[in-house]
Design a protein around this ligand. Structure first.
Ligand SMILES: [Zn+2]
Length: 376
């Protein structure tokens, strides 16, 4: 195990933040794996999972049981972690105004296309290496004119050539779930089974993508541009949602780390047998079939159904108690599709437009069509 610290640019006189990076195994001896936690700096369960995972990787490394290279960034967003506003960590958006920390990583496609256009030949492996080198060049040329841009550039610099990208997040209150792209459904299902996560959400690579999709989108477009070049995107780049924000518990995190380590065994990156998967049945939904519910009025949100309850279309799962009128008047919140109530908001005092819940169905919803389905 080796570690290093990478300095970000100084955002203001007398201050400077840095990233801690761990490296295991040896570059060029097998697949490259990249794992990071806390890119949304107010999403903490993954931070603890990584702390349990690191000793396992260090032990495997000492025994020379790692085939390839594994990079772990135990906290991917020191900027967001420092955004403590009156006691609350505001870690999703950059307070300086650059937006969501997990969006807008820059257009890697155009610059990469320009570098490989006219240079791809018959040999698929040579083509792959050309694209990887072009992607590295593209990332190296990304602007780093703000602290957040510099952070994103450093993270991509560590990960852009990885075969496996695991970005560890969480939601408000939810069971464990994974986001993957449509054409990685099979391997992502195996990941969910290994992790014991019952929900898997699939999305396409059109429109806005998060950190995981940033690694796949250029390949997606280049495959269309150069259909005879034999280009294959990396095997897996996913966002793993480690339950809810306050699900920070040692026993759970220890099991989660062992299961993620087990998946690396399943893929032959760490030697050993992980045994039977934790879960067999996975509920798979395209993002078009996952309904994000919003408050229609202001008041107190009171859930009447528990997390993971099955809802039929029209079922009431919560009420908004109106505080400004006749006593105890309520507006029901009804499911708009058949599915599992798999996400509950932390919010209780809500205003119109606040996200309150997610219902994971399997019927594409007309109001969820047309790309850019990732919420801000
Ligand atoms: Zn997140």
């Amino acid at each position: 195990m080796r570690s290093e610290r990478l300095a970000l640019m100084s955002p203001s006189p007398g201050t400077r933040r840095e990233l801690l990076v761990y490296r295991f195994g040896k570059s060029g001896t097998g697949p490259k794996v990249y794992i990071q936690a806390g890119l949304h700096a107010d999403e903490w369960p993954g931070l603890l999972v990584v702390q349990h995972l690191l000793p396992m990787l260090a032990d495997a490394d000492a025994r020379e049981q790692i085939k390839g290279e594994i990079i772990v960034v135990p906290y991917a967003n020191p900027i967001g972690m420092g955004q403590n506003v009156f006691g609350y960590v505001a870690g999703r958006f950059d307070l300086t105004g650059t937006g969501n920390f997990n969006r807008n990583f820059g257009d890697l496609y155009q610059d990469t296309y320009r570098q490989v256009d006219g240079r791809l030949g018959e040999n698929a492996e040579e083509n792959k290496q050309l694209v990887i080198q072009a992607l590295k060049n593209t990332v190296a040329n990304l602007p780093s004119d703000t602290e957040s841009a510099a952070l994103k550039k450093i993270l991509l610099g560590l990960s852009i050539d990885a075969d496996y990208v695991f970005d560890l997040h969480c939601d408000d209150r939810t069971s464990g779930h994974v986001y993957c792209v449509d054409n990685q459904l099979e391997i992502a299902t195996a990941l969910c089974q290994r992790l014991g996560f019952r929900y898997l959400f699939t999305e396409d690579l059109n429109g806005i993508v998060a950190f995981d999709g940033t690694h796949l989108q250029p390949w997606h477009w280049l495959q269309k541009d150069f259909p005879r070049a034999g280009l294959h995107m990396p095997p897996l780049a996913v966002t793993i949602e480690y339950r809810g924000q306050y699900d920070v518990e040692d026993q759970v995190a220890s099991d989660d780390a062992r299961n993620l380590f087990g998946f690396l065994m399943d893929r032959g990156i760490v030697s050993g047998e992980a045994g039977e998967p934790v879960l067999k049945e996975i509920w798979i939904s395209s993002l078009q079939a996952v309904d994000t519910m919003y408050a229609e009025t202001t008041g107190l949100l009171v859930f009447s159904e528990k997390l993971d309850t099955w809802l039929n279309k029209g079922d009431i799962f919560a009420e908004i108690v109106l505080l400004d009128g006749e006593p105890n008047q309520r507006v029901p919140c009804r499911a708009r599709t058949n599915g599992y109530l798999m996400g509950l908001s932390h919010r209780r005092l809500v205003r119109p437009g606040d996200q309150i819940a997610k219902v994971a169905g399997q019927e594409p919803l007309s109001h969820r069509m047309g790309g850019n389905l990732l919420q801000l």
